[in-house]
Design a protein around this ligand. Structure first.
Ligand SMILES: Nc1ncnc2c1ncn2[C@@H]1O[C@H](COP(=O)(O)OP(=O)(O)OP(=O)(O)O)[C@@H](O)[C@H]1O
Length: 320
């Protein structure tokens, strides 16, 4: 559990984070969403005690970071995957971290296995690709088997396979009951990764809600309907107050949910061949809610379909 209360950070004239309150609960992936410069990294640094708030505070399991007896066993973080000493092997890096944090050495092999790096454990980390470096960073975050995990822009620069792997990894960690807090400016990616969202713009809270609610509130829901008698159905739906747009072979209905549309169709003896709610994108939601209060430009990252099922999931061997 992470709880921020009126968290504020000022750098000279810049108010990077302003009166920010939110909570992040265990067992879900919570996305920390906002455009570049919104204050995400600053907030993450304050959670981890790397920066002091100007006012307000943030607690992990009820304690400030500085009060934690075994910080790495409580919270693991991936802020910058490239901070590893380039000449150290992945195993040497993790062994050094484990030793300096009183973590048993056997844990090193467990986390290497969990992130799928066992086969390259003795290679120089300096020669790792970005995807491998990210996995090593995740292994380091998991070393203390922490309940709380923080990831700052973990998919930046990754290829589609790497993005999918990270997404699955996070879901798995949340399914294990951990608190997973992940920042991103890639809204389409967050829509697939996070079930809860904390959305900020210019250092201030814009929304805290489920991803579904956030999108529904901002964009409303459209339902795609196909039938053999579209004219009859369209007339009946309009009579019941729905708004309709026609698209090729289907009707796009807004202002009425799919249950009600089904009832109207039945009452008019129209058989339906499709009745599918279409959710607005997170990009639309964000733009709609923030208006021009933030300078936001949608990220160019691809939205991955869950199609690369042939990618191995090393988490099946994850400890805990
Ligand atoms: N050490 C610092 N000194 C001065 N200003 C800073 C410092 N760190 C961050 N800022 C400013 O605070 C604001 C928030 O920055 P922050 O890096 O937290 O945003 P962000 O949401 O993480 O963005 P990005 O995704 O680009 O990293 C920005 O205006 C930034 O320039």
């Amino acid at each position: 559990m992470i709880e921020a209360a009126s968290l504020t950070k000022r750098y000279g004239k810049t108010l990077a984070v302003e009166d920010l309150s939110f909570s992040v609960t265990p067992g879900t992936v919570t996305g920390f969403l906002g455009p570049n410069g919104a204050g995400k990294s600053t907030t993450m640094r304050m959670i981890l005690g790397l920066d002091n708030p100007t006012s307000g505070d943030v607690r992990i399991g009820g304690k400030r970071y500085g009060e934690l007896r075994h910080p790495l066993r409580t919270v693991g973080a991936l802020l910058d995957a490239k901070w590893v000493h380039p000449n150290r092997s992945a195993r040497a890096h993790l062994t050094w971290m484990a030793r300096s944090n009183q973590i048993p050495a056997r844990r090193v092999d467990e986390v290497l296995e969990a992130v799928g790096l066992s086969g390259v454990a003795n290679r120089r980390a300096g020669g790792f690709s970005l995807g491998m470096s990210q996995r090593l960073g995740l292994a380091a975050a998991l070393l203390g088997d922490p309940e709380v995990l923080l990831f700052d822009e973990p998919v930046n620069g990754l290829d589609p396979e790497g993005i999918l792997w990270i997404r699955r990894f996070m879901h798995r960690l949340a399914d294990e009951g951990r608190t997973v807090f992940v920042s991103s400016h890639l809204l389409s990616e967050m829509a697939l990764t996070a079930t809860e969202l904390v959305v900020i713009g210019r250092g201030k809270l814009i929304a805290q809600s489920s991803t579904d609610e956030f999108v529904a509130r901002a964009s409303g829901e459209t339902v795609r309907v196909r039938s053999a008698a579209p004219d009859v159905l369209a007339k009946a739906l309009r009579a019941e107050g729905a708004e309709l747009t026609e698209s090729e072979d289907a009707l796009l209905v807004s202002g009425m949910d799919s249950t009600r549309i089904g009832e109207v169709a039945l009452a008019n003896s129209v058989a339906l061949s499709e009745l599918s709610p279409e959710r607005g994108s997170l990009e639309q939601a964000f733009m709609h809610i923030t208006g021009d209060s933030v300078e936001y430009h949608a990220g160019s990252g691809p939205v991955m379909a869950e199609s690369a099922s042939d990618i191995p999931d090393p988490l099946t061997t994850a400890a805990k």
